[in-house]
Design a protein around this ligand. Structure first.
Ligand code: C2O
Ligand code: CU
Ligand code: CU
Length: 549
């Protein structure tokens, strides 16, 4: 893949070195991102102190802190990581992965009341807040950046686990700094179990394996490189601009190495039996097209919001940032000594700028990469069989949507170097009139990935993984512009639209409709989960308004 150098880029963009990019980059129609202090929305007070009338079944002390991890041979890598311990309840509810920065894994049961006391022990200048991705929790427990706390401060979360069994996760949601903080290592899993799932004969214990997939770049000193310049709404002096940082600020961070659970060249030493692998794409922006190297289909058990009604078999599976895929890996027919690799296959992205520029040394989005290796090295007598039925799902139906005749529209566009939703950027303390829904309403939301005629780069748009807080939804339909269909079709067979989702991949030229019921009142976020897009403002609030209000 050819990369443009700075001079070629300047020529392409019609700018001379030293020229201010202000004219080209400032969003023309975008509302400015608010710098005002966050107001209290919807009357929900932030939980600053534990409340007397909340009796937790599980109480956890969670800290975001600096440390070092032995990732590569030689010098340890400076990281930021979460550390947790159980204050009250099952001591097994927090599992710390040894010698890595990812994690911990919090294990909770549906219906449990959870209190998490979060302490920000990051360096000064790094406010933070924890978001429980995929969980449907009250506004004050959802980790909106309006609640971010400075280093040295504490924030108390209290919520009941209402979600069904599934693989959820948590990460920082700091204003403009989510990408950096996740990249430095802050991400953990929140695994929910429930009696229905416990009754299924699925692999458990060490055979039920969470695998967090991330890409990273290291410098010669084994340190993470996060070379990203936020390109929104600033006066960019091209003369002093670092091209790679600018591109990654606009397109998303891409690393040149894959880490799994924080480890390079991850190899799973496995037995001849079935495994349940819980895959999370914890990357800032990289999308994976996952396939087994020997052509074995991927058996999908579940997605973001838990199990599917029955397992489905795919040649490959697309996993966009923040998405989860639970897969069944049956090694019972294998021999000790066999090896199988999980790979990310090549696909088209439609990017006109990114394809050429990539991210410095890193493979461009859509380039093949190796994810992990499974080495069969132990014999097992276990003979678990893949169940043909997992659960009964009742997805929402179009007929239940109050706005079925006129779905709510969200246009994803590029203005200058800034990605927008309905021509707007994030505003901390505002939701527009068309971003207010009624509590209990069922609606269709349509995300439309528009072309950007005349855009300096990426006239076709980019793939955007769109995420909504405070809900799980079902995907109803996908349409694609005829001329971008060939690009979209390089991923289509790996799209899993079955089941409950909180994040949906919207490819260039696609219109994706989701159906969603709003069951939690308050102010929540929806945004692109390409973390650099999110940080530069491809995020908005929506309000779920109680009917009495
Ligand atoms: Cu995992 Cu608002 O995101
Ligand atoms: Cu989320
Ligand atoms: Cu995006």
């Amino acid at each position: 893949m050819k990369k443009l150098n700075r001079r070629k880029f300047l020529k392409l963009s019609g700018l001379a070195a030293g020229t201010s990019l202000l004219a080209a980059c400032a969003p023309k129609n975008a509302a400015p991102a608010s710098t005002a202090m966050p107001g209290m929305a919807m009357g929900a007070a932030p939980t600053a102190a534990p409340s007397a009338n909340f009796a937790p079944d599980l109480e956890i002390a969670l800290k975001a802190t600096s440390g070092a991890a032995q990732i590569l041979p030689g010098k340890p890598t400076n990281v930021w990581r979460y550390a947790a311990n159980v204050v009250k309840g099952d001591p097994g509810a927090v599992v710390t992965l040894p010698e890595t920065y990812t994690g911990p894994i919090i294990r909770a049961k549906k219906g449990q009341k959870v209190r998490v006391t979060f302490t920000n022990d990051l360096p000064a200048g790094q406010p933070s807040i924890v978001h429980w991705h995929g969980l449907i929790v009250p506004q004050a427990a959802d980790g909106h950046p309006m609640y971010q706390i400075d280093a040295g401060k504490t924030y108390v979360y209290e919520f009941e686990v209402g979600n069904r069994a599934g693989t959820y996760w948590f990460h920082p949601h700091t204003h403009g700094k989510t990408g950096l903080q996740v990249n430095k290592g802050l991400a953990g899993l929140f695994i929910v179990s429930d009696p229905e799932q416990d009754a299924l004969a699925l692999p458990s214990g060490e055979f039920d394996l969470p695998l967090v997939i991330q890409d990273r770049t290291f410098d010669a000193d084994n340190q993470f490189v996060y070379d990203v310049q936020n390109m929104s709404g600033m006066n960019h002096d091209m003369g002093s601009m670092n091209m790679n940082a600018m591109m990654q600020g606009m397109m998303g961070f891409l690393g040149d190495r894959i880490l799994v659970n924080g480890k390079p060249d991850f190899a799973l030493s496995a037995s001849t039996r079935a495994y349940r692998l819980r895959l999370l794409n914890g990357s800032n922006s990289r999308i994976y097209k996952l396939a087994w190297s020997d052509g074995t289909p991927i058996t999908v058990l579940g997605v973001d919001g838990g199990l599917l009604d029955k397992p489905i078999s795919k040649k490959y599976v697309m996993l966009a940032p923040a998405q989860r895929a639970e897969i069944w890996l049956d090694l019972s027919g294998r021999k000790v000594g066999d090896e199988i690799t999980l790979e990310s296959l090549a696909f088209e992205t439609g990017e006109t700028g990114g394809m050429m520029m990539g991210g410095g040394s890193a493979p461009a989005l859509g380039q093949p990469m190796r994810i992990l290796k499974v080495k069969v090295d132990k014999q097992s007598a276990e003979t678990l069989k893949l169940p043909d039925k997992l659960t009964a799902l009742t997805p929402l139906q179009t007929s239940e949507a109050g706005n079925a005749a006129a779905p709510r529209q969200f246009k994803l566009t590029l203005n200058g170097m800034t990605w927008l939703i309905n021509n707007r950027q994030f505003e901390m303390d505002k939701a527009a009139a068309d971003e207010v829904v009624n509590l209990g309403a069922t609606e269709i939301w349509e995300f439309s990935n528009e072309k950007n005629p005349g855009a300096m780069m990426d006239a076709n748009g980019m793939a955007h993984p769109i995420h909504m807080h405070g809900v799980q939804f079902n995907v109803l339909s996908r349409e694609v512009l005829p001329d971008l269909k060939p690009i979209r079709d390089t991923v289509m067979d790996g799209i899993v639209d079955e089941g409950w989702r909180d994040t949906v991949l919207v490819m260039p030229g696609e219109k994706v409709r989701v159906i969603v019921r709003f069951t939690m009142p308050g102010r929540f976020l929806y945004h692109c989960h390409n973390l650099e897009h999110e940080d530069q403002g491809m995020m908005r609030n929506f309000d779920v308004k109680p009917l009495s209000a």
